[in-house]
Ligand binder design. Sequence first.
Ligand code: GLN
Length: 284
Amino acid sequence: MISDISAIAAGVTIGALQVQSLLDPLDNRVLLCHALGLSRVSLITRSERELDAGQAARFAALVQRRLAGEPVAYIVGQREFFGLPFEVNGAVLIPRPDTELLVELALDRLPPQGRLLDMGTGSGAIAVALAHTRRDAAITALDVSPEALAVAGRNAAANGARVDFLHSDWYAALQGRPPFDIIVSNPPYIAGGDRHLAEGDLRYEPPGALTDHADGLSALRIIVAGAGSHLKPQGWLLMEHGYDQSLQVRELLTAAGYVEVRSWCDLAGIERVSGARLPARPPA
Ligand code: GLN
């Protein structure tokens, strides 16, 4: 079957598939680029080319996977974050645009030659974006999942970013390392049993990156409790959290003796990141 690429990019019938009525137009274009091995630009500039039967079959197979619910990022194996391409697979969370807020807050606070730790790095999106932007910084990133660390390592290499990766269950493998200026984390914060875990892309993402299988706050509690031993005086702790957790996270920080406790809003205007500083001298 021969079809015009520009017509398919806009959405047409391929065989029995009503592509336009079923797929989001952006998903449709991304899958078409992937099936044809074309960039978004060449999809437009070479739109007069026709699909051969093999290409049409490849595209149709990708569309079928999307229709079955698989996230586009996993189908094409990539997602952009902070303007950089990141490899993703089922071992890592798909980077969200909202998490760029955490990167920006860390960049605003990172001193020259600063030391930063990313806890639960997953695809490495946060650490690699930071290391790519700030070549002078010493970035350490840890994860408990060896599969995630393999993905993160490839993302650092592919983006020319220098990151020191560490296999660690939260702070366990950090003993004896010098303290950091900033600790950042986008930990699993969805409560076990939250209905969102059974919906959309989340069904395909690693549960260990999404939920603590408890009240949603247990990873955040561990991070807050341990950060004091790994931050320099006046160092910053910045954490992404759920849409309804900002008050509780601020309370955790205040109770642990942090100062300048506050939250910041994501692109949707929801308090999505909370953070604070260690006092100049540890509380007595
Ligand atoms: N932001 C993700 C979501 O709600 C969850 C990520 C996380 O648990 N760290 O879809």
